[in-house]
Write a protein that binds this ligand. Structure first.
Ligand SMILES: Nc1ncnc2c1ncn2[C@@H]1O[C@H](COP(=O)(O)OP(=O)(O)O)[C@@H](O)[C@H]1O
Ligand SMILES: [Mg+2]
Length: 253
């Protein structure tokens, strides 16, 4: 271990995480999930609907409490890291006021964090500096997601969660969104994103974590996951890993 690793805890440290929802029946959304993300990594979180991706992100943002296990974010409890602006998120919907302009929206976010935040830099990094005066309600879905990205950048978080950020966008919108995220990640920010577009995982992530039924069923580069599953495409690996019911076949972790 290098001295830097000793003094810098991982960006995300999830151990034995369990989350149950108690309603008419008990749903175990997260079922013993283990995951460590080093600083500067870009990690894709892949899994079928209901695999527990959003619940895990919610737990890492301190929006819900674990039933068992622990989540540490940058060495802190999630709620503390969020309050300090060290972790931020782009969720799929909500949080925008249609009648404000793009610039007003980001200035409002900056005001919530106090003084000294560079609104212009956030707009530029999100690739929407030219949209500063446009009303939010007139922005396309892709532009609105880049606006949420700009809002998430205001506090200069070390760790950013993106929960299916491009769902419903057209090809160009997705491409523009990811080029902004990638350019920003190149500056050293840690990014964890959930997606159901396998091409996004393959193109934009350093590492792919496949989740099924609340557990990690594969973890590695896209190439390692394909090799371990003995298939040629990430889609084939995904199908194999996430549809294996009650079998112990397959060696991928
Ligand atoms: N607030 C909740 N109450 C009850 N069940 C929930 C709640 N949130 C999520 N779930 C259930 O937990 C499981 C995992 O959901 P989720 O984390 O949203 O999966 P994903 O984001 O991977 O699609 C699903 O079965 C979902 O129906
Ligand atoms: Mg989800």
């Amino acid at each position: 271990m290098t001295p830097a690793q000793e003094t810098h805890p991982p960006a995300l440290d999830v151990r034995g995480l369990v989350k149950e929802f108690h309603g008419r029946e008990v749903v175990r959304a997260v079922d013993g999930l283990d995951l460590r993300v080093a600083r500067g990594e870009v990690v894709a979180f892949l899994g079928p609907n209901g695999a527990g991706k959003t619940t895990t992100i919610d737990l890492a943002l301190g929006l819900a409490r674990p039933t068992a296990g622990t989540v540490r974010v940058l060495g802190q409890a999630p709620a503390d890291a969020v309050a300090a602006g060290r972790v931020a998120a782009v969720m799929q919907t909500g949080g925008l006021l249609r009648d404000l302009t793009v610039g007003e929206t980001v200035r409002l976010t900056a005001a919530l964090f106090g003084t000294g935040h560079d609104v212009r830099a956030s707009l530029e990094r999100a690739g929407i500096a030219d949209l500063e005066r446009r009303r939010v309600g007139r922005c396309s879905g892709g532009q609105q997601q880049r606006l949420r990205f700009a809002m998430a950048l205001v506090s200069e978080p070390d760790l950013l969660f993106l929960d299916e950020p491009t769902t419903g966008m057209d090809v160009m919108g997705r491409r523009d969104f990811w080029s902004a995220v990638r350019a920003d990640a190149a500056r050293g920010r840690t990014v964890v994103f959930a997606t159901h577009y396998l091409d996004e995982a393959e193109l934009y992530a350093d590492r792919v974590v496949v989740v099924s039924r609340g557990r990690v069923v594969a973890d590695g580069t896209a190439a390692q996951i394909k090799d371990a599953a003995g298939v040629r495409t990430l889609e084939d690996a995904f199908v194999r890993l996430t549809s294996a019911v009650g079998t112990s076949a397959g060696g991928a972790r």
